[in-house]
Write a protein that binds this ligand. Structure first.
Ligand code: KG4
Ligand code: ZN
Length: 346
């Protein structure tokens, strides 16, 4: 039975996990850095890197102990090698390299986005390629066609903020604290999604790209007007975001050669309103819908270990070299062109 150790440190979660070839998460530990970053209202890269460095080694020892195995029992060590905050990525990758060298175990450098993209297959053995993927996290907002491991075609991206970033900024405007996404979802539960008129940026555009900066500004104006209740703004923002992603997906799916399954992954996929809207869309389109359980949507090491297993199983698998560099940017689809009007995010 294949067993892979996964390591994740690209943002503000330090995580290690052991996953086997039968999709069992044999052991996992995760430490969030919310308390460290909360006073600043967002992730501070230097603080994140230091916290990863302090926590990772004991955490890896901990998951091996939990599973009562050693590195000799592992077929590979899979670590996030990008994209993400470079200091944190380096901490995880260097740790993985040192362990790989010391134990003579193959190293697999995993693209964090590939971890999210393949996470539905860890949760459910019946998700076969190809599938349409909405990848919505704090740093990315993309629609992709997934044809196989390492085979991604990007149909859409954001020209400004990612969806998770829009949730976080809206939560900050409303004084809901950090991290914003889950807090905003809770606040929206008691609000009226029709109460506040908010724009739906890009809706109706013939290309399936996203934009959320204008929505965030409209939230700020609504909040400062003093006319609306906080829960109504939260619910109306969430509804506007859902309307944007369903409209954009309609356009992208029409462009895409027919696929049977629509999958959502990344931190925002933990949101129940988003999941319900996508499930309705999939049903309307005669597609199957899949979303990993919320704990596999937000950053975790099990998805990194699983991506390692998927790579191990490919024909012609070769371990990554121990001098491989961490990559702050690493697109899933290297052929994807920059979008007109886009800022630095691709
Ligand atoms: O995938 P992830 O954990 O980290 C990145 O790779 O970015 O995604 C984190 C993002 C944050 O912006 C967070 O606010 C958002 O996902 N998020 C949510 C929810 N849970 C996490 N957004 C909306 N509703 C949620 N329940
Ligand atoms: Zn992520």
């Amino acid at each position: 039975m294949v067993l892979v150790l996964g390591i994740e440190s690209s943002c503000d979660e330090t995580a290690a996990a052991l996953v086997d070839g039968e999709r069992r998460i044999v052991a996992q530990r995760i430490a969030s850095q919310n308390a460290e970053h909360a006073p600043y209202g967002g992730v501070v890269p230097e603080i994140a890197a230091r916290a990863h460095a302090e926590r990772l080694a004991p955490m890896i020892a901990g998951v091996l102990a939990d599973a009562e195995v050693t590195l000799d029992d592992c077929d590979a060590i899979a670590a996030t090698a990008g994209p993400g905050l470079i200091g944190g990525v380096m901490v995880g990758l260097v740790s993985a390299k040192a362990l790989a060298m010391a134990s003579d175990t193959p190293l697999i450098a995993v693209n964090h986005l590939e971890g999210h993209a393949l996470s539905p297959r860890l949760a459910d053995a019946n998700i076969a390629f190809p599938y349409a993927l909405l990848l919505v996290s704090g740093g990315h907002c993309q629609i992709l066609r997934v044809d196989g491991v390492g085979a991604y075609r990007r149909l859409a991206t954001t020209i400004d903020d990612a969806l998770g970033e829009a949730f976080d900024k809206t939560a900050k405007i409303l004084g809901l604290g950090f991290p914003g996404g889950p807090a905003l979802e809770r606040e929206a539960l008691s609000g009226d999604p029709q109460a506040v008129p908010l724009p739906r940026p890009m809706v109706g555009s013939g290309e399936p790209h996203f934009s959320f900066a204008g929505l965030k500004s409209a939230v700020l104006r609504a909040h400062e007007s003093g006319q609306y209740r906080r829960e109504d703004i939260a619910a109306s923002f969430q509804q506007a975001a859902v309307d944007c992603i369903t409209d954009r997906l309609h356009i992208a799916l029409a462009d895409m050669e027919k696929v049977e399954t629509l999958v959502v992954a990344g931190g925002v996929a933990a949101n129940a309103t988003v999941r319900a809207a996508l499930e309705r869309l999939a049903t309307d389109q005669g597609m199957r819908f899949a979303a990993p359980p919320p704990k596999l949507c937000t950053d975790n090491a099990a998805m990194i270990a699983w991506a390692g297993i998927e790579r191990l199983r490919m024909d012609g698998f070769a371990p990554d070299p121990l001098d491989l560099a961490a990559r702050p940017r690493w697109p899933l689809d290297p052929e994807a062109q920059p979008v007109r009007g886009a800022g630095v995010k691709a």
